[in-house]
Design a protein around this ligand. Structure first.
Ligand code: HEC
Length: 133
């Protein structure tokens, strides 16, 4: 009996390890901004991409983070890939592409029109410094 309990404990610990996601343990300035976008004027396919974006990109940090970060198209492309490749991101290639299309449309039609309302992405060095604190 004891051995069985022990193996259950070991198995569940292993499962936790395997399914663990890399939760972002730091707070970025972007996290404190609004956590919604009014997409009522966006094309229909981007309105459904918005739903995918909010469900997938809020797993490890606030959804406010990407909503309030401004980046250029190539940076969004790099960033979506980087997020997809984090352990257990749960984002497929097809979903990543859909989210990327949404982010680029949103960048051009909302963020670029009012750039001062949004935050530039932190560099890898700045993020490493925050993590070290
Ligand atoms: C598996 C966990 C995970 C998922 C899912 C995830 N992220 Fe992240 N994200 C992180 C971590 C961790 C950081 C902190 C920086 C780092 O370690 O890369 C981060 C940071 C960010 C930043 C801040 C960049 C900066 O340099 O200021 C943005 C923007 C971002 N994520 C966007 C997204 C988008 C868009 C999605 C959905 C496609 C997403 N994230 C999904 C883990 C995740």
């Amino acid at each position: 009996m004891r051995i069985r309990l022990l193996s259950i404990a070991i198995l569940s610990a292993a499962a936790c390890f395997v399914f663990a996601q890399e939760q972002s343990k730091i707070n970025l300035p972007q996290d404190k901004g609004p956590d919604k976008i009014d997409v009522s004027g966006y094309p229909a396919e981007l309105q459904s991409a918005y739903k995918l974006f909010t469900s997938k990109c809020s797993k490890c940090h606030t959804i406010a983070r990407p909503i309030n970060t401004k980046m250029q198209r190539p940076e969004w492309e790099r960033y979506v890939k980087r997020m997809m490749h984090k352990p257990n991101s749960g984002i497929s290639d097809k979903q990543g592409k859909e989210i990327f299309d949404f982010l680029v449309y949103d960048q051009t039609n909302r963020k670029d029109k009012n750039p001062n309302a949004f935050f530039p992405a932190l560099s890898d060095d700045e993020i490493a410094k925050l993590k070290a604190k």
